[in-house]
Design a protein around this ligand. Structure first.
Ligand SMILES: *Cc1c(COP(=O)(O)O)cnc(C)c1O
Length: 345
């Protein structure tokens, strides 16, 4: 049984959150003289809504879940940091990560002086349940599962996630940054069954808003409340919220671009597999490919000479000789293949 009260830090439990002017009065008025703002209108002179109601309502409609289960932050990175700060006592608690995976979990833990226990994925890039449970103790507060995983590009098996939800005693965080690129549904559907489940999504990838910084957390309302108490009151600016709302009002435009990227991915896979230097293109449920290639370091440098930059992952565990290649526009993908052909010639 996961009891939130027993898992979060004492100081966070005891916290009396900051009450802004917009908290104390959230109705509609004609004259606002309560927040020491500059009164001359320019579309940005008022503080943003600390509760991000419009944004969370839009997400609620889109995902078919209650707004009280939705947190919004300044990118997933802020959500990760808030999870660290609410659950993990510095110098005492630990988190579990499953490398190779997204680097921010570890960095965020290190910033917060939280021990990181790394349990590598198996060679088929799936979690090693036995090793994870063996590494965990009562101070293991968070388990980060990235699905589809960056940089390996694969989804994590549903049965494995369910087993970890049943057996890991802390919060299971599933990072679904790439979920809109894959055919299988979000694990948000498991929310009703598991109180120790927290899902992260983002507008940075499929929604095309990496510059806008909107991260999404989905969890039980009591946890969302704790995150709200802990976050900086105005963590999403008026400009960011407006850009997000505009994008979210047109999901079909997002889906069209995703469809193009998925078609391009298939084209790129085929083109890469025909190359002599390519040893393996790993199956991908995301908008990037993990490619095992001869002399990855050299290819990486030679591509840069041709003004094309990919991500060199060859020094990462289980990714020896691998490059991570984001799917670009049709033109960019053809440029990449041409550049690689030039290297083989
Ligand atoms: C890109 C990415 C994110 C996005 O982070 P933001 O801070 O929302 O831009 C989150 N998780 C993973 C695994 C990613 O690859």
């Amino acid at each position: 049984m996961f009891i939130l009260e027993d898992k979060i830090r004492k100081n966070i439990k005891a916290l009396k959150p900051y009450a802004s002017a917009r908290d104390e009065f959230s109705g509609m008025a004609d004259v606002y003289l309560d927040a020491n703002e500059n009164p001359f209108p320019n579309g940005k002179n008022r503080y943003p809504d600390p509760h991000q109601r419009l944004l969370r309502n839009a997400l609620s409609q889109l995902k078919g879940i209650d707004p009280s289960t939705i947190f919004t932050g300044n990118g997933s990175d802020e959500v990760i940091d808030l999870l660290m700060r609410t659950f993990c006592n510095p110098g005492i608690d630990n988190i579990i990560t499953l490398p190779p995976t997204y680097g921010m979990y570890k960095v965020s833990a290190e910033i917060n002086d939280v021990e990181v226990r790394e349990v590598p994925l198996t060679t088929s890039f799936q979690p090693d349940v036995k090793a994870i449970l063996g590494a965990a103790d009562q101070n293991s507060k968070l388990l980060f599962i990235c699905s589809p995983n960056n940089p390996t590009a694969n989804l994590i098996d549903r049965e494995i996630i369910v087993e970890l939800l049943n057996r890991f005693e802390g919060l299971v965080v599933i990072d679904e940054a790439y979920i809109d690129f894959c055919p299988s549904e979000s694990k948000i559907s498991l929310m009703n069954e598991y109180t120790n489940l927290f899902i992260m999504q983002t507008l940075s990838k499929a929604w095309g808003l990496a510059g806008v910084r909107i991260g999404i957390g989905v969890g039980q309302p009591d946890l969302i409340q704790i995150l709200d108490n802990t976050k900086p009151p105005y963590n999403i600016s008026v400009l960011n919220a407006a850009a997000a709302l505009e994008a979210l009002s047109d999901p079909s435009s997002m889906k069209k671009k995703v469809d193009i990227l998925l078609a391009e991915k298939n084209w790129l896979i085929k083109a890469l597999m025909e190359m002599k230097s390519v040893m393996k293109v790993y199956a991908s449920d995301a908008n990037f490919l993990l490619v095992k290639i001869k002399d990855a370091d050299l290819v990486y440098r030679k591509l840069i000479e041709q003004k094309i930059v990919v991500r060199n992952r060859s020094s990462v565990i289980l990714c020896e000789q691998c490059l991570r290649i984001t799917i670009g526009t049709p033109e960019e993908n053809r440029e990449l293949i041409q550049a690689l052909h030039k290297l083989e010639a």
